[in-house]
Ligand binder design. Sequence first.
Ligand SMILES: [Zn+2]
Length: 322
Amino acid sequence: MRDKKNMRGKNENNDKKDQKDTRVEEVRPGIYAYIQEDGGWFLDNAGFIVGENDAIVIDSLSNAVKTNNFINEIKKITDNPLSFLINTHHHTDHIWTNYLFSSKTICSERCREETLKEKDVGLDIYKKIFQGLDTTGAKILPQDITFDKELRIHQEISDGTREIRLRYIGPAHTVDDAFVYLPEEKVVFCGDLLFSEPCTPFALMGSIYGSIVALDYLANLNADFYIPGHGPVAGKESLYRARDYFVYIRDEAYERFKDGIDPYTAAKSIDLGEYSSWNEKERVIGNVVRAYSEFKGEPIGAELPDLFNVLARMMDYRKEIG
Ligand SMILES: [Zn+2]
């Protein structure tokens, strides 16, 4: 491995806003998380896994400035070619700049389907809803390789082979989330199956039920490091915190659903209590809308016809609550 790790560290060129609050964390030898503070909207984490002859990247970022900065950080650590880029799910902040990597791209079968839909949707609707969103150089490149339930990559390392498992276990944060599990090193790149505290979890495009199942599943892997899609690198307790949030919101929403209260009124009336200090509190609206879909007996992960309207109302609520 052409290792240049002595050059790594917190980004020193802080002159550009997009590069200011990023850092590389080596959680195990050769296994790196790329963290974007503060994990808010479109500030997703990524990662890379350096082998003897290659490096495998997990997720691209929401615009070309951010992704070029990420690629520069990888190059400070290794000259190895980037063999594969894994997309954990189809959300724009994780796929919008895939094309900046020369690697073959991999994702779950459902993720590619959703990515193709996203290509039709385009960028403008997001720029309208998320005011100030920088989409410089963003464009959608559908993935090259897909898998149904699991795919294993066997990466050569200096003293043997590293096993990297990509696994899809059903709708959760979206309908197509995969996570990346390194059983030997006990590391999981969770994608957005995990928003670690203080980032509020979000399941509007997936399933509340499925999110709880997925968080239990990840906890049962007994990993030492869980790299979330948003928020700081976490341990198991962070999975339980996110799970508790979903259970609390689901139960509060159900009381209101039974009383015939509409989901928006219901969401706004929920006392977030211990979760009120978390970021992106407005996500309670999206989570309650998804919970209502499940209470009505709609299929897990059912497509919501008014999805962008829900997102817009959620961002209005963000302004309302400051
Ligand atoms: Zn996401």
